[in-house]
Write a protein that binds this ligand. Structure first.
Ligand SMILES: [Ca+2]
Length: 354
């Protein structure tokens, strides 16, 4: 971008030099300003939005110290369940003890169409690496306040789940390093397979070393124009790192935000420090507006199948079919060549006899 701008500047500059002095200097200043702005906007790319989204903190969907909006009274915006403990500095979803489950859930259904959720959390415990578990999950689902097997929440959920999985349950998984952050969109009938770390249903994800670190760890989940983006700030560098980016994610309105965690034989302290929800203001066309209204069941337009086993089965059928076709073609070619050579041989012999 900068190179193009410089070339452009050269052309504009030559033209400007031929204009009266005062006008020329004004234009030169303007060109300089445009170039500076171009440079600034291109170099600060990381946290700017492509679509000029504006953000507003929504307090009713947020949780910050000293967590006053969290309680059992019906006037509170959030409620908690299981082993959750509200401390002055954090909300402890589970302590570093076996077989604990905890969750916090927003009481108010969310009707924001474009939003960004920033979660500050801390996972820490006595266990050595890979002798800890299980992690935590962030939800935006139809169901709420249901204890279950998916990081302390019920399986067969309807909506979005983002998982910070700290324990590799699937021993066959060698290409993923844990802790692993992934996301899944459930429609109420698709199961999260805990034994396979949700591998058959996830939308991808990334490794993030979030456990027993000294610096603050953050997760960003952005849902804008049906695009789901997950970013992490877990290295103490105060910058967002790409983790997952998936267009065509369709989530209906009126779901609930929640956070849950569970420990099993292995454990950790799973603490939430803050949860901040920002509304993003995005311009939409009437078609996009209509499209959004029609979403009644969560879905994903396209999901690259990360499931190695299923892929192998599919591939073997295609491979057999392909090999069969190739063999037939090769056989025909060989027969044609043999006939051709035989005819030439016969012709040569005939010529020799004359
Ligand atoms: Ca796991």
């Amino acid at each position: 971008m900068a190179t193009t701008a410089m070339k452009l500047n050269g052309t504009i500059y030559t033209t400007v030099m031929n204009l009266p002095y005062s006008l020329a200097s004004k234009i030169r200043v303007s060109v300089l300003l445009v170039l500076i702005l171009t440079f600034v906007s291109s170099s600060s790319g990381e946290n700017t939005y492509e679509d000029n989204a504006y953000e507003f903190l929504k307090r009713e969907y947020s949780l910050t110290k000293p967590y006053q909006g969290l309680g059992s009274s019906s006037s509170s915006h959030w409620e908690f369940m299981g082993n959750t403990m509200i401390m002055p500095e954090h909300i402890r979803l589970t302590p570093d003890l076996q077989s604990r489950q905890g969750a916090v859930w927003s009481r108010i259904p969310c009707y924001l169409r474009d939003w960004e959720l920033r979660v500050q959390f801390k996972i820490h415990g006595e266990g050595k690496k890979n002798l800890n578990g299980d992690g935590l999950a962030i939800w935006l689902t139809k169901e709420r306040m249901q204890i279950g097997q998916v990081f302390g929440n019920a399986n067969l959920f309807t909506g979005l789940g983002v998982f910070v999985d700290t324990y590799p349950n699937d021993v066959k998984q060698i290409e993923r390093t844990f802790p692993f952050i992934s996301a899944m969109v459930g429609n109420g009938s698709v199961e999260y397979e805990h034994d396979r770390d949700g591998r058959s249903t996830d939308l991808g994800g990334c490794t993030a070393h979030v456990r027993n670190v000294e610096y603050d760890t953050f997760l960003l989940i952005r849902y804008m124009k049906n695009r789901l983006t997950v970013m992490t700030d877990t290295e103490g560098k105060h910058e967002w790192k790409d983790c997952l980016d998936m267009p065509g994610v369709r989530l209906p309105q009126g779901y609930h935000f929640g956070l849950s965690s569970a420990t099993g034989d292995l454990s950790d302290n799973h603490d939430v420090i803050s949860l901040k929800l920002y509304e993003l203001t995005v311009e939409r066309s009437p078609e996009e507006e209509e499209e959004q209204q029609e979403i009644t069941l969560p879905s994903v337009d396209y999901r690259a199948d990360p499931d190695v086993y299923v892929e192998d089965e599919g591939r073997s059928i295609i491979t057999v079919f392909f090999l069969f076709i190739v063999s037939v073609v090769a056989l025909v070619v060989v027969i044609v060549v043999i006939i051709f050579l035989y005819n030439r041989y016969k012709e040569n012999r005939r010529k020799r006899f004359y």
